[in-house]
Design a protein around this ligand. Structure first.
Ligand SMILES: [Zn+2]
Length: 202
């Protein structure tokens, strides 16, 4: 998986932060009135992350990043929602973020609901998007269908965003942005990447 140089730098920084997080040695990001006022004046995020709404999957915390670092959209099942595309449009157009990440997670309730055949309820087409990922996973006949569905759901969202978000597609074509798929492994705190071609963990 080849990223543009600027994206690789940001990704390395996020993965270093993830290591600090899971080893219990995060940087102490403390915010007093002076820091809050300073942060309010400007922002220069370096990454845009589409993650799940799950209460245990906060990108800022699992990557040990201070306020102002990550532009984010969180929606159940980390699907390519309209709000996620709007977020990306701002992130690549206004802030020229070099790295876009779609981050799913093990034990995702949204994916689990569709695995259990629960197609009804709120979410509309986004629910069927997750169902599509479940079918993709079943076609690969995996040992662990739940995990495979989580991973296929990430890869599918990456594909959807590349096709459906014009600003992102233009930034990638211009060599200004790279997109990666990742999974947060809930029980270890580790974030690992997925190869967009093979779908394998890297
Ligand atoms: Zn989830």
């Amino acid at each position: 998986m080849k990223l543009i140089d600027a994206a690789q730098v940001v990704l390395d920084d996020l993965l270093d932060g993830n290591k600090r997080f899971r080893e219990g040695q995060p940087h102490s990001h403390k915010y007093g009135p002076a820091e809050i006022l300073e942060i309010s004046r400007n922002q220069a995020p370096t990454a845009a992350i589409i993650a799940c709404a799950d209460s245990r999957v906060s990108p800022d915390l699992v990557f040990d990043q201070p306020l102002g670092s990550i532009f984010a959209s969180r929606v159940p099942g980390n699907v390519a929602s309209d709000s996620a595309k709007w977020m990306l449009d701002i992130a690549v157009s206004e802030f020229q973020v070099p790295l876009v990440m779609v981050m799913g997670h093990t034990g995702c309730l949204a994916v689990g609901q569709l695995l259990d055949g629960d197609k009804m309820g709120a979410g509309g087409l986004h629910r069927f998007s997750v169902l599509s990922a479940v079918y993709r996973a079943k076609a690969r006949n995996p040992v662990d269908l739940y995990l495979e569905a989580v991973e296929q759901n990430v890869l599918q969202t990456v594909e959807h965003l590349c096709y459906e978000c014009a600003a992102l597609a233009a930034a990638i074509a211009a060599g200004k942005t790279s997109i990666v798929g990742a999974v947060y492994e809930m029980h270890t705190g580790t974030v690992y990447l997925l190869d967009p071609q093979s779908g394998e963990r890297i």
